[in-house]
Design a protein around this ligand. Structure first.
Ligand code: SF4
Length: 567
């Protein structure tokens, strides 16, 4: 089965912004966090928010202290005024997460209403966004949801009329209805307020559904923009499954060799889309066990472990160490064993990374654990070969890595290293740096040398950057699931600043050494390696983050680039 995922599938920027506001408030400890009405139309995301202590209140009066967040769809102006009054008296704190695209529609309606224009909103009856729009229309308003309703709009409403759209309305219906209304009105202002994100999502839905054999739409059953995507796919006469999550897929309806297109609404979390995609990819013409193992679970650990080893090779050379292949293999084996074993040591079970990943981990369990044990034994035996101190350090780092997620009992109290905020980023970086760089430098009596310490800082900064970039990318999901990463602990901008500062500091020290030794090649390589994570993050997670990239190289190429220092 071939699966094609829409680039636009997942949260739009307005919903992501609102979700960030809620999650930031939930960790800021400023009392209870409540949203006025459901934040988004997705029951799975809402139930996870509820587990994080975020509640829904239906009216401003129901809010009982703490923080009240106004959702992306916006709320009627009368409700906003009531909230502001309560905020002014110090009862609550209001965070307005209304999407700026929605707020733009409010200001258009306000402007033309003041000039006596009746407002027609092309949208869904009873939808929170349309209700909020109507509250700004002082000269009267009505909702028109289809052509039939447009035909029956009374003539007196069309004398002086403003036509706007709910931001998630379909472009085709908007044009059709506007044409009908224009033919009957002499003074009509038309503002196409369908947002850019919706437009791109709908265009892509039409393109994909025309090209595939069948379509799966992922999203909340109450979400109007998700329903529109289903409608667009159906118009192309393709079988459509509209599911909220992977477990609702009717897999029996697939033969196994179809071309399936996956679409998702603006309020569908990316991880729900990924689950559906994983389940589809593993259904039907699933690769054989060996092929699956080589394609899926082994690729990332092998890539990352090779990257770490190649980087260690380059850094050894930059430190001026004699090349020591044993320590290079130790880091490869150690890194492989940790990445292969840790999913099986998660107290939340294999399902914590999604149902499809859980299934293939279950199928490949024996092979993966055997490979992890083999890699661990290899790392330990090579460590013993290097000397007692080396072996002890590898054993300690392995024990730390393997017990990272496990609950440990100490002095009658249970805790886990994972519960220490930011531990994954800090301990992970430290373990790799100690095994791959500190120990070899120590053995060659070359540790307390300025060049070695600078090189160590450079490698540490790159490993740390990878960790921070991944954590920033998964921040919303981690926050919802209650995982404590450094960006969650200190915030997005501080984490980014820390990463940039560390990279800049590491680059300055090492560039100074390269300049002093007139090594222009090393200077160029170091500069490239330090810039790569920043450019990667900007391209893939800041500038074009609204769409799914077809190809994502990750931060690992920076590790391989450092290896060039060994040439
Ligand atoms: S669909 Fe558009 S208007 Fe609505 S929240 Fe998303 S970006 Fe904002």
């Amino acid at each position: 089965m071939r699966v094609f995922v829409a680039r636009t599938a997942g949260f739009c920027w307005g919903v992501r912004r609102a979700m960030d506001a809620v999650l930031d408030a939930s960790v800021s400890k400023r009392g209870d966090v409540q949203t006025l009405g459901p934040l988004i139309h997705n029951p799975q995301a809402l139930s996870l928010l509820n587990q994080r202590g975020v509640n829904i209140v239906e009216t401003p009066e129901e809010a009982h202290g703490g923080t009240v967040i106004v959702r992306a769809h916006g709320i009627p102006i009368q409700e906003m005024r009531k909230l502001k009054v309560r905020q002014a008296s110090g009862e609550i704190l209001v965070i307005n997460a209304t999407c700026p695209e929605v707020a733009k529609v409010h200001s258009r309606i306000k402007k033309w209403s003041a000039k006596g224009y009746f407002t027609l909103i092309l949208g869904s009856h009873g939808h929170a966004e349309s209700i909020a729009h109507r509250s700004f229309a002082e000269a009267g308003s009505a909702i028109v949801s289809n052509l039939d309703e447009a035909i029956s709009v009374p003539a007196e409403h069309l004398k002086k009329v403003l036509v706007v759209a709910q931001t998630t309305f379909t472009t085709k219906d908007f044009n059709l209805i506007v044409d009908e209304l224009k033919s009957r009105s002499i003074d009509m202002i038309v503002e196409n307020t369908i947002c850019e994100d919706t437009r791109r999502r709908q265009e892509e839905a039409e393109r994909i559904s025309a090209a595939v054999d069948c379509v799966v739409v992922v999203g909340g059953k109450n979400s109007s923009n998700t329903k529109h995507l289903t409608f667009l796919a159906q118009k192309n006469n393709k079988p459509v499954q509209f599911v909220e999550m992977a477990s609702e897929l009717n897999l029996d309806s697939f033969q196994g060799n179809e071309f399936v297109g996956v679409l998702a609404g603006a309020s569908t979390p990316t991880w729900l889309v990924d689950d559906v995609v994983d389940v589809l990819r593993q259904h039907g013409s699933r690769p054989g066990r060996l092929k699956e193992l080589l394609e899926e679970p082994l690729v990332s650990p092998v890539l990352l472990s090779s990257g770490m080893s190649v980087m260690a090779l380059g850094i050894h050379s930059w430190m001026g160490l004699t090349r020591d292949w044993t320590s290079i293999f130790v880091i490869f084996a150690y890194s492989m064993s940790m990445y292969l074993a840790t999913p099986f040591l998660d107290p939340f079970g294999l399902g914590s990374k999604g149902p499809a990943r859980a299934r293939y981990l279950e199928r490949q369990k024996t092979v993966m654990i055997s490979l992890a044990v083999l890699a661990l034994l290899t790392a330990l035996s090579l460590g013993i070969h290097q000397g007692k101190g080396y072996a002890l350090a590898v054993a300690c780092a392995s024990a730390l890595g393997l017990s990272y997620k496990l609950p440990i009992k100490f002095l009658n109290r249970k805790f886990s290293i994972r519960a220490i905020p930011g531990s994954k980023d800090v301990f992970g970086t430290l373990a790799m740096a100690i095994i791959g760089l500190v120990l070899p430098a120590w053995q060659q009596d070359h540790f307390w040398v300025w060049d070695s310490l600078s090189a160590l800082l450079f490698a540490g900064a790159l490993v740390f950057s990878r960790s921070i970039i991944l954590n920033l990318a998964h921040m919303q999901k981690d926050q919802i699931l209650g995982r404590e990463t450094l960006p969650i602990l200190i915030g997005r901008s501080r984490s980014q600043f820390l990463m940039y500062a560390l990279l800049a500091l590491a680059w300055c020290f090492n560039a100074a050494i390269a300049i002093k030794t007139m090594n222009t090649r090393a200077f160029a390589m170091l500069t490239l390696c330090a810039i790569y994570p920043i450019v990667y993050q900007w391209i893939y997670h800041i500038r074009f983050s609204a769409e799914r990239p077809r190809f994502d190289p990750g931060v690992e190429p920076a590790f391989f680039l450092v290896g060039l220092l060994a040439l």
